[in-house]
Ligand binder design. Structure first.
Ligand code: HEM
Length: 127
């Protein structure tokens, strides 16, 4: 299993990049072309990618023996991911006005970038 660590890390990084790209695209569609969000692939593919992202995350954390609520940077990633999911739902579904959805979309992108920076620095407050 450990011999596959780097492969799994690359899968994790690639699914993170794809996940963010699709979220940015869906936000742009939400603002200008909301009918595009109803396409079947748009509703299915992001969930598949996010599943790969999370499964690879769990495998990496398990192999590194770094656990949420034990190690700060993993805890920060998990909490930020929950905030990202909440903001993402407001941005693409629940936001009552365009302004609120746009604000939630921008905030979600920033939170996602924060997760990436925490991944590289292993610091809760990366400087
Ligand atoms: C909460 C769920 C997540 C957990 C538990 C988790 C865990 C991990 C672990 C253990 C590593 C390996 C670190 C290393 O080998 O140095 C890693 C790497 C990475 N993660 Fe996550 N991750 C999660 C979510 C995410 C998300 C949502 C992103 C998107 C920004 C992300 C981006 C990255 C990146 C870019 C790396 C590579 C860092 C490097 O090369 O040093 N992770 N993650």
């Amino acid at each position: 299993m450990y011999e596959h660590y780097l492969t799994i890390k690359h899968v994790h990084q690639a699914s993170a990049a794809l996940s963010l790209s699709l979220f940015v695209l869906r936000g742009i569609w939400m603002l200008g072309w909301p009918h595009k969000l109803r396409a079947v692939w748009v509703r299915v593919v992001p969930h598949l990618i996010d599943t790969v992202l999370l499964v690879s995350a769990v495998l990496l954390a398990w192999m590194l023996q770094q656990y949420p609520f034990v190690h700060g940077w993993i805890t920060a990633k998990v909490i930020a991911l929950l905030i990202y999911i909440g903001l993402g739902t407001v941005a693409l579904k629940r936001g009552p006005t365009r302004g609120i959805r746009f604000g939630a979309w921008l905030a979600a992108i920033l939170v996602f970038l924060y997760i990436g920076v925490v991944a590289f620095t292993k610091q809760v407050i990366p400087i």
